[in-house]
Design a protein around this ligand. Structure first.
Ligand SMILES: [Zn+2]
Length: 421
């Protein structure tokens, strides 16, 4: 009977441990991208991009668009089918100090990969949408600049490059760095309106210093070369100044541009600012006026630099649906804001979050649950085998009577008396 009881306790302990482990696994946050990291570095991005491409190898591929001046890769994640006939491109971190957009872009990539076959927009899964219009995400166009803004000039590994950069003026501190490692504002290094000097500086590392001529920077060329080889339907460039979006159009792009900014306006809720003319060497006038690609620059955050990371969730939520809705819209349809299936998915997420938070009140981390379960079983076994052995609670005399005297200590007299019976 006692054996049966012990077995039952052991089985119960194991069942409790396995159940706890299973629930923990279901609700554990298995995300690759750490969105709480306020200094999401080039190394973080590299590790996460590789992890996403490995984890979701059937839907996400990683390649380098080339190297920066300090030898860092300009990573590009391709989500969807390589056989898609059209593409859209998302750039982030062109400006160094706006590095909060790096993890925003990476978290978007992870959202699409993770929910590839389950979440829907306008009745279509991410998979369906990105199979027709592939998404290219370049989460850190300017990795050297980001590292300068995060860690200062010690982050520049090339001695010559670093020594030159030490001679460039710094406004406020390196946290305020906007350019690449050569002090060039990539967003002023394009050809459209390059010679317009009205709003530009001539000193390296100053705001809006565009270089000696267009396209001198490797980071600029990474963007140019990527888009020129694609059937690109839209370029979305993430920046962080002022919660506004900049847009414009040519005769060729007007209808598509309006479709694009309608989505941005609905999702982000920012004010649109129409830009005309040829620009001043910026990316938007290059893509729009020269490549005739619909383009929007989304300025996400408020406040100074570094951007307050508490804005991350809000920025992410304002941006996450923009690429997928854009990709869907450029299949030839305008996607309505009130999209039932997307909203259902959001409700599903909220319900899961609530359940997760309720469960987390009593849920223990798996290793603690295991330790407790093992400790319970071990305690019981010790109790029953050592402390609770037969006769433990009997009176001392009784126990003495039960215990036979050891064979070796029995005397001749004892043996005789037993014979007598
Ligand atoms: Zn910017």
């Amino acid at each position: 009977m006692k054996k049966l009881r012990r077995c039952a306790i052991v089985v119960l302990g194991l069942v409790a441990a396995i159940t706890t482990l299973s629930i923990s696994t279901v609700f554990a946050d298995t995300s690759v991208v750490d969105t709480t990291d306020a200094k999401y570095s080039y190394a973080d991005l590299t590790a996460d991009a590789k992890a996403l491409a490995k984890k979701y190898s059937d839907r996400c591929r990683l390649s380098s668009l080339g190297k920066s001046w300090d030898g860092r890769n300009i990573w590009c994640l391709r989500i969807g089918s390589d056989n898609a006939s059209r593409q859209i491109v998302v750039f982030a971190c062109v400006h160094a100090r706006e590095y909060i957009n790096g993890p925003v872009a990476m978290a978007m990539a992870e959202e699409y990969c993770k929910n590839y076959t389950t979440k829907k927009v306008n009745g279509r899964t991410y998979k369906d949408i990105f199979s027709h219009t592939q998404l290219y995400i370049v989460p850190m166009v300017n990795p050297d600049g980001v590292m300068i803004a995060q860690e200062g000039l010690d982050s520049i590994r090339d001695k010559t490059l670093r020594e030159k950069a030490e001679t460039y003026p710094v406004s406020g501190g390196y946290y305020n760095w906007k350019a690449n490692a050569r002090g060039v504002d990539i967003n002023r290094n394009f050809e459209s309106g390059f010679n317009d000097t009205t709003n530009k500086n001539t000193v390296r590392s100053s705001e809006r210093y565009g270089g000696t001529e267009p396209y001198t920077e490797k980071e600029t060329m990474a963007m140019v070369n990527l888009v020129k080889d694609l059937n690109c339907q839209a370029v979305i460039n993430l920046h962080t100044m002022g919660q506004v979006y900049y847009w414009g159009y040519t005769d060729q792009t007007k209808e598509a541009e309006e479709r694009l900014v309608k989505i941005v306006s609905e999702e982000a809720g920012y004010t649109g600012q129409l830009e005309t003319g040829n620009g001043d060497g910026d990316a938007e006038h290059y893509f729009r006026n020269i490549t005739h690609t619909p383009y929007v620059c989304i300025e996400n955050a408020t406040g100074g630099y570094p951007n307050d990371h508490s804005q991350f969730t809000s920025i992410y939520e304002k941006n996450v649906n923009i690429p997928v809705r854009t990709a869907n819209a450029f299949r030839g349809e305008i996607v309505k804001k009130t999209d039932t299936s997307t909203e259902t998915s959001k409700e599903g997420d909220t319900a899961k979050k609530k359940l997760k938070s309720a469960v987390s009140l009593w849920l223990l981390p798996p290793w603690i649950a295991l330790v407790i379960a093992v400790a319970c079983v071990a305690s019981y076994l010790i109790w029953t085998r050592i402390i609770d052995r037969p006769g433990r609670h009997d009176a001392p005399e009784k126990r003495r009577r039960r215990r036979p005297a050891p064979r070796s200590t029995r005397t001749e007299h004892d043996r005789n008396s037993s014979k007598k019976g």
